[in-house]
Design a protein around this ligand. Structure first.
Ligand SMILES: *Cc1c(COP(=O)(O)O)cnc(C)c1O
Ligand SMILES: [Zn+2]
Length: 401
C-alpha cells in the first residue's frame, strides 16, 4: 500500500514532503472490506479478552493500513475518558462541553495513538531504528514504542525548550537524544538531513495519521455516534487536526455518522503561522515560535496545506490565543480535577474566544481535545498556581478593604 500526496495525488515515499507542499497519506480502505454492523463489532471488541482489541486503535483494524497482527507493537493506547464539564461549558459560554482527554494514554499524550501504528509498520518493514524531531511528546512516545519493539530510537529536541519531565521520560525509555540549538523547526531540519536506515516517525509519516484518526472514532463511539457541533484542538505541526479530520471524513463516508462537525484549530499567538494563512491566504510564512505552551511552539508546520483543506471542508476555524488566556484556561481545567499541559488548554481558550466573537452559537455542543497530561509540564503548573495565588490574595485584599 503506497501513500499519495495529499495535494497533487502522486505516490510519494514515507518520510518525504512533496515538492508541491503536500505530505503522504493513505487512502480510505475500500468500502467492500468494511464489515456490516461495524459499530456493534467495535463495541463487542472493547469487552473481548484479546490484548490487541484492548487498544482503542487496533479495535478499528479494518480502517487501518494492513499490518501483520503478530507484528503489532501496542501499549494498550487509545482508551481515553470523555469528561463532561459544566464549569468548562460556562467558562466558554456554550451549552455543552466535554473533554476528550488524549493525555490519558500510556506515555501521556495523543502521540501514542499514531506511534503504535508507525512503529509497528517500521518494524514490519525491517527498520532497525526510528527517529523524530520533537518538542517532547512525540519523542517520549517514540522512545517507549521503540523500546517495546526492540528498536533503537533517536530524538532530535530543541535544547532548553523542552520540559524537564518530557526529557526525563525520553531518557527513561532509552532513546538517543540529540539536542539542537533553536526551536522544533531547526530540530526537524536536522532530522531530515539525517541519512541511513531510520524510519522517520514524525506526523509526516502517514502511519501516524492512521493511528491518530482513531481519536475521532473513539470520540464518536463515546458519544454513541452522535456528532458534536464543534471539535476544538490545539495545532502545532498540524498533524493531529489532519488525523482527526481524516477520521471524521472516513466515518462520514462509511455511514457511521450522518453529518460532519466543524473543527477549530487553536494556535498560541506567538506561534500562529497557520492562523495567518487562514485569515490572509497565500502561502505559509514561517515564524520564530514564542510561547510557553512548548508542545505547540512550532513556526513552520509541515501539514499546513492539508490542514487548510480539512478546515475548509469542515467549515471550521483557525484562531490564536495568547499565553495568558492559555494559562487561565489551564487553571480552569485543573480546578475541575482534570488537568492538562498548557498546549491542551489552548483548545478551551480558543472555544471561549470563538464564542466571544459570536462565531459559534451559545447552544453549541463542543468537544475539546486535551492533548497532553498535566504531569508533562510541572513548571507550567507552578506558574499557573502562582498566578491563581496572586489573584486570590488580591481578592482577599479587596474584600478586607
Ligand atoms: C504534539 C502536540 C500538540 C500539537 O499537535 P500537532 O499534531 O503537532 O498539531 C499539541 N498538544 C500536545 C500536548 C502535543 O503533544
Ligand atoms: Zn504533491
Amino acid at each position: 500500500m503506497k501513500p499519495r500526496c495529499t495535494e497533487c495525488g502522486q505516490t510519494i515515499e514515507i518520510g518525504a514532503i512533496c515538492a508541491c507542499g503536500g505530505v503522504p497519506e493513505f487512502a480510505l480502505p475500500a468500502l467492500r472490506t468494511f464489515p456490516p454492523g461495524f459499530r456493534q463489532l467495535v463495541r463487542l471488541r472493547r469487552a473481548a479478552y484479546d490484548a490487541l482489541f484492548t487498544s482503542g486503535v487496533w479495535r478499528y483494524v479494518e480502517l487501518l493500513p494492513p499490518i501483520d497482527r503478530d507484528g503489532v507493537v501496542s501499549l494498550g493506547e487509545g482508551n481515553m475518558p470523555l469528561y463532561d464539564s459544566g464549569s468548562g461549558a460556562e467558562y466558554a459560554g456554550v451549552e455543552r462541553l466535554a473533554y476528550l482527554h488524549l493525555g490519558m494514554n500510556p506515555t501521556g499524550s495523543f502521540k501514542d495513538l499514531g506511534m503504535t501504528v508507525a512503529v509497528s509498520a517500521a518494524k514490519a518493514a525491517g527498520a532497525r531504528a526510528v527517529a523524530c524531531a520533537s518538542t517532547g511528546n512525540t519523542a517520549s512516545s517514540m522512545a517507549a514504542y521503540a523500546a517495546r519493539a526492540g528498536l533503537e530510537s533517536y530524538a532530535f529536541v530543541p535544547r532548553s525548550r523542552i520540559s524537564p519531565a518530557k526529557l526525563a521520560q525520553i531518557r527513561d525509555y532509552g532513546a538517543h537524544i540529540v539536542e539542537v540549538d533553536g526551536s522544533f523547526d531547526e530540530a526537524f531540519s536536522r532530522l531530515r538531513a539525517m541519512t541511513g536506515e531510520v524510519a522517520i516517525v514524525n506526523s509526516i509519516n502517514p502511519y501516524r495519521i492512521e493511528g491518530q484518526k482513531c481519536a475521532a472514532f473513539a470520540l464518536l463511539e463515546a458519544r454513541e455516534w452522535r456528532v458534536p457541533d464543534l471539535i476544538a484542538l490545539p495545532g502545532g505541526n498540524l498533524g493531529n487536526v489532519s488525523a482527526i479530520g481524516k477520521g471524521l471524513r472516513e466515518a462520514y463516508a462509511l455511514g457511521l455518522i450522518d453529518r460532519l462537525p466543524r473543527i477549530a484549530v487553536v494556535q498560541a499567538a506567538g506561534a500562529a503561522p497557520f492562523v495567518r494563512v487562514w485569515n490572509c491566504g497565500g502561502n505559509l510564512v514561517p515564524v520564530i515560535p514564542q510561547t510557553s505552551a512548548s508542545a505547540i511552539a512550532i513556526g513552520n508546520p509541515a501539514s499546513w496545506k492539508r490542514a487548510l483543506r480539512i478546515l475548509r471542508e469542515s467549515n471550521g476555524f483557525a484562531i490564536a490565543v495568547d499565553d495568558a488566556a492559555i494559562d487561565d484556561a489551564k487553571a480552569r481545567i485543573g480546578a475541575e480535577g482534570i488537568g492538562c499541559e498548557p498546549a491542551s488548554a489552548a483548545a478551551l481558550a480558543g472555544v471561549r474566544a470563538l464564542r466571544s466573537a459570536n462565531v459559534i452559537a451559545p447552544s453549541a455542543d463542543v468537544a475539546v481535545v486535551l492533548t497532553g497530561h498535566v504531569l508533562k509540564d510541572g513548571e507550567a503548573s507552578i506558574r499557573v498556581a502562582n498566578l491563581r495565588g496572586d489573584l486570590k490574595a488580591r481578592e482577599r485584599h479587596v474584600n478586607a478593604g
